[in-house]
Design a protein around this ligand. Structure first.
Ligand code: NAD
Length: 496
């Protein structure tokens, strides 16, 4: 049985813990590896290694740090297929989805290659007579990243490449459910030239995270995961005087205006709702049909019903299994609650399975209509292949519905009216808006900007905001008297 090592100070270490967790293949729940819950000493060792590496790494020229990112980008591209296969096996994602997971991470590394210009400060000459002011940015020190199961390549890559490019060192605590992919990312990072201690990887759950959040040497914490955990981590990290950015759960609405292009809407909603088994923080989980567009619901349900779950290497599979039996159980009980609370289940995936893999965490595509905002399937994040359809009279009613929802990660509107789109993008209280685009995940030269309960903090992931999150600004005001120049005449004016 493969045991997952810790990666500390450039060495792969077998944990001395007595607490181990199973890493499973979600397609049949067979155990593929065991991951340790690191001991307190091991966690402290990782933080100390990062702190010690910081004293050197912070002085490495920014151009050399950028070159590490260039080599890393090339290595990730060369190993993209190998990483995607590993990722598929521990998450159950289809190979195509897994390739996308890695690719979106590579794009963030490409952003980190631009670090010399991203870190540049500001200058002003003669802010007073003979006085100049300039600012530059400096790294913070040891940064920590805590990541979820659903994007084991992309989300760690949202964090450590930019943090390290800024001159920080990093301790990553990936999801205990799929730690093999992040370990592979860390191995390639060292191969790209990151010195020992610059990136460390530790494993475990709440207890391990708590130790990191209480470590005085940790200066900043990046988290992605569920709302209750994100809120708790934000509170603990900031109470311990650390910078924190916590990206949390979602309930993303898509508003379908009656003037939208029907074919475009239906094509896009199918993939955006049940793709990746709905285990995406930007999945469309609520379709809000405005006026006459509600007549498209039966055709949408019919198309969604044709999508089949399957194994990661089955090219006909639309998506894979859920990550764990517990996740499957949670989704099944929400589907049941939808039926009990009066929604109409047009497509029911609760009994769907995959032949030969009956032990896997399968749920088929599921579509509800007649959903109202008091139902559990509307109020809770389902994180499964379940789409809730709602009907409203007009755009104002759609806006009011979306704005009352406590989440604010992403939303989209489908329409052929510029003024409807403009009103929606301006008035909706959600941080990422798609117009005739279902999943508006910004590319890494922008930032990932969830709002409300989907994000706790102020500076967001990747893009310019991440560089500000991982750096501190220093402002220097300087005056050099002319008579400081050797051989210059004494310019001091004496007033008698
Ligand atoms: P999770 O909150 O259960 O776990 C996330 C991380 O926190 C893991 O590393 C886990 O080990 C750790 N953790 C779990 N419980 C903890 C606790 N009590 N204290 C400290 N750490 C703890 O999330 P998950 O199930 O792995 O991921 C799914 C969730 O992530 C969904 O809610 C999804 O919407 C969200 N997500 C959000 C975004 C975003 O950008 N907003 C992106 C991806 C996923």
């Amino acid at each position: 049985m493969q045991t997952v090592p810790l990666s500390i100070n450039g060495e792969l270490i077998t944990s001395s813990t007595g607490q181990w967790l199973d890493v499973t293949n979600p397609a049949d729940n067979s155990v593929i590896a065991r991951v340790p819950c690191a001991t307190a000493d091991e966690l402290d060792h990782a933080v100390r290694s990062a702190a010690s590496a910081f004293s050197q790494w912070r002085h490495v020229p920014v151009t050399e740090r950028a070159r590490v990112m260039m080599r890393y980008q090339a290595l990730l591209k060369a190993h993209q297929q190998e990483i995607a296969e590993l990722l598929s096996q521990e998450t159950g994602k289809t190979y195509e989805d897994a390739m996308g997971d890695v690719w979106r991470g590579i794009e963030v590394v490409e952003q980190a290659m631009n670090i010399p210009s991203l870190m540049m400060g500001e200058t002003a000459e003669n802010v007073a007579r003979g006085i100049d002011t300039f600012s530059f940015t400096q790294p913070l020190g040891v940064c920590v990243g805590i990541t979820p199961f659903n994007f084991p390549a992309m989300i760690p890559l949202w964090m450590f490449p930019l943090a390290v490019a800024c001159g920080n060192t990093f301790v990553l605590k990936p999801s205990e459910q799929d730690p093999l992919t992040p370990m592979k990312l860390a191995q390639l990072f060292e191969k790209a030239g990151a010195p020992p201690g610059v990136l460390n990887v530790v494993h475990g759950g709440k207890e391990q995270v708590d130790r990191l959040l209480h470590s005085p040497e940790v200066k900043a914490v990046s988290f992605v995961g569920s709302v209750p955990v994100g809120r708790a981590i934000y509170q603990t990290a900031t109470a311990n005087m650390k910078r924190a950015q916590c990206f949390a759960g979602a309930k993303n609405h898509s508003v379908i205006m009656p003037d939208a292009n029907k074919e475009h809407v239906l094509n896009n909603l199918v993939g955006a709702s049940v793709g990746a088994a709905g285990q995406r923080c930007m999945a469309i989980s609520v379709a809000v049909f405005v006026g006459e567009s509600e007549h498209w619901i039966p055709e949408l349900a019919d198309r969604i019903s044709q999508i089949k779950p399957g194994l990661w290497n089955d090219q006909k599979a639309g998506f894979g299994p859920l990550i764990s039996p517990a996740a499957k159980q949670r989704v099944l009980s929400l589907i049941e609650s939808g039926k009990q609370q009066g929604a109409r289940c047009l497509v029911d995936g609760s009994e769907v399975t995959v032949a030969g893999y009956e032990n896997g965490n399968w749920i088929g595509p599921t579509v509800f209509t007649g959903v109202t905002s008091d139902m559990d399937i509307y109020q809770q994040e389902i994180f499964g292949p379940v789409l809730s359809c709602m009907s409203v009279r007009d755009l104002d009613e759609a806006l009011a519905l979306v704005n009352r929802n406590p989440y604010g990660n992403g939303t989209s509107i489908f329409t052929s009216s510029g003024s409807a789109a403009r009103k929606y993008q301006s008035e909706v209280e959600v941080g990422q808006v798609g117009v005739n685009v279902p999943i508006p995940v910004p590319l890494p030269f922008f930032s990932f900007t969830g709002w409300k309960n989907s994000f706790f903090g102020d500076l967001h992931a990747y893009g310019k905001q991440a560089v500000r999150f991982y750096t501190e600004t220093k402002t220097v005001t300087s005056r050099w008297l002319e008579n400081d120049i050797p051989g210059a005449p004494n310019m001091t004016i004496s007033i008698d």
